[in-house]
Design a protein around this ligand. Structure first.
Ligand SMILES: Cc1ncc(COP(=O)(O)O)c(C=O)c1O
Length: 374
C-alpha cells in the first residue's frame, strides 16, 4: 500500500479549545488588551469596576467585586460572611480542592456530607446530621455547572441559622428556577480560570452578593484592608484583579450567553446520541445547567478513557479523588467508604470534550467512538 492510500487519522478532538475561541474574537480581545496597556492602569481601576458592574448584572446580583482567583473569592466571601477560626462549614467532598482550602484559609474546618447520586451536588437531606454548635455555613458547589438544589439548601440555612455561600466557579450563567447560580445564596463565588465557561487569560475571580456589606468587606480585604491610599482599616490580602483580565473578561462576557447555548446544544446532542449506551447527566426541570463539564458515568471508566485517547478523543476526570481521601486533608480523619455516592462517582465519571467551538461533526465523532467502545 502506498502512503497516499494509507488511511489518514482524523484530527484530535481536545477537551477544550482556547485557541479556537481566541481566533473567533481576536480583534476584540487585542483591542481590549491594548487599551489597558496604553492606559498604564494595570491593577483594579476603571476596567475592573466596569467588569464588576457588568458581571453582577449578568448574574442578577446587586454588587460584584473582582478578585485574583476563584480560591480568593471563596476565601474572602467566607470571611465577609463571618466565618472565623474554630467554625465549621458544611460542604461536598466531590469538588476541586480549592473549595475546602478556602474554608481552611478562613481558619475554619470543612465538614463533608455526601452528594446526591443524580445531581452530584451536596445532598441537602444529610445537612442536619452534620450540624454541630460550631457550624457556621453551607458552602454549596454547583458541580460541572449543574445547579444544586438551592431551595433545600436555603431552607436548611434558614432553619439552622447558617449562611449559604455558593461556589459557582463552574456555573457561570447556570439557572435555578429562573435565577442564575451565584445570585441565590448570601454570596456567590466565581473563578475565571482560563478553561472556565467565562475564562480570563490568567487567574481571576469574583464575589457577587445582594448584600452591600459583604461586597464592601471583600473589596477591602482584597486590597490590604485599605480605606484610602495610605490607611489600612483591617489586615487584608493582595487578592486584587488585574485590569488586563477584567478587559478580557468584559469582551468574553458579551459572548457568554451564546457560548452557553452552544454548550447546551452539544449536551443535548450527546444525550441523544448516547441514550441507552452510557449514563449521561440528566437535567432537572428547575435547572438550566451551564455544562462546564459533560461527564458520562461507567464502571469501565479507565478502559473507555484509554480507548478514546487511542481514537484521538481527549477526556478529563472531575474529580478522581474525593476531598476526604486527599492526602492534604488526611488530618480531618475521614475514612474510605464514608461517602459512598461521592466515592463511586469519583471512580466512574468521565468528562467528554465540550466547548462552544466544537462542531456537530466533532460531537458526532465522539458519540460514534463511545458507541463503538460499548
Ligand atoms: C468548584 C471550584 N471551586 C473553586 C475553584 C478555584 O478557582 P481558581 O482556580 O480560580 O482559584 C475552581 C476552579 O478551579 C472550581 O472548579
Amino acid at each position: 500500500m502506498t502512503n497516499t492510500l494509507k488511511k489518514r487519522r482524523a484530527p484530535k478532538i481536545p477537551l477544550m479549545d482556547l485557541d479556537a475561541q481566541y481566533r473567533a474574537i481576536q480583534p476584540e480581545i487585542d483591542e481590549a488588551i491594548q487599551r489597558v496597556i496604553k492606559s498604564s492602569g494595570f491593577i483594579l481601576g476603571k476596567e475592573v469596576e466596569a467588569f464588576e458592574h457588568e458581571f453582577a448584572a449578568f448574574v442578577g446580583s446587586k454588587h460584584g467585586v473582582g478578585v485574583s482567583s476563584g480560591t480568593a473569592a471563596l476565601h474572602l466571601a467566607l470571611l465577609a460572611c463571618g466565618v472565623r477560626p474554630g467554625d465549621e462549614v458544611i460542604t461536598t467532598p466531590l469538588t476541586f480542592i480549592a473549595t475546602a482550602e478556602a474554608v481552611r484559609h478562613a481558619g475554619a474546618l470543612p465538614v463533608f456530607v455526601d452528594v446526591e447520586q443524580d445531581s452530584l451536588c451536596l445532598d441537602s437531606s444529610l445537612i442536619a446530621s452534620a450540624i454541630t454548635p460550631r457550624t457556621k455555613g453551607i458552602l454549596v458547589v454547583h458541580l460541572h455547572g449543574n445547579p444544586a438544589a438551592m431551595d433545600a439548601m436555603l431552607e436548611a440555612g434558614g432553619r439552622y441559622g447558617l449562611t449559604v455561600i455558593e461556589d459557582a466557579a463552574q456555573a457561570h450563567g447556570a439557572e435555578y428556577r429562573g435565577r442564575r447560580a451565584g445570585s441565590l445564596g448570601a454570596a456567590g463565588c466565581f473563578s475565571f480560570f482560563p478553561g472556565k465557561n467565562l475564562g480570563a487569560y490568567g487567574d481571576a475571580g469574583a464575589v457577587v452578593s445582594n448584600d452591600r456589606a459583604i461586597t464592601d468587606t471583600v473589596g477591602r480585604l482584597r486590597d490590604h484592608g485599605r480605606r484610602g491610599k495610605y490607611e489600612h482599616e483591617v489586615e487584608g490580602f493582595n487578592h486584587r484583579m488585574d485590569a488586563i483580565q477584567a478587559a478580557v473578561l468584559r469582551v468574553k462576557l458579551r459572548h457568554l450567553e451564546k457560548w452557553n447555548r452552544r454548550r447546551r446544544e452539544i449536551a443535548a446532542r450527546y444525550r441523544n446520541g448516547l441514550r441507552g449506551v452510557v449514563a449521561c447527566p440528566q437535567e432537572r426541570r428547575e435547572t438550566v445547567p451551564a455544562y462546564h463539564v459533560f461527564a458520562v458515568r461507567t464502571p469501565r471508566r479507565e478502559e473507555l478513557r484509554a480507548y478514546l485517547a487511542d481514537q484521538g478523543v481527549e477526556t478529563g476526570i472531575h474529580y478522581p479523588i474525593p476531598l476526604h481521601l486527599q492526602p492534604a486533608l488526611r488530618f480531618l480523619k475521614y475514612e474510605a467508604g464514608r461517602f459512598p455516592a461521592a466515592e463511586q462517582a469519583a471512580q466512574q465519571l468521565l468528562s467528554l470534550p465540550i466547548h462552544p467551538d466544537m462542531t456537530d461533526e466533532q460531537v458526532d465523532r465522539v458519540i460514534d467512538r463511545v458507541r463503538a467502545f460499548f
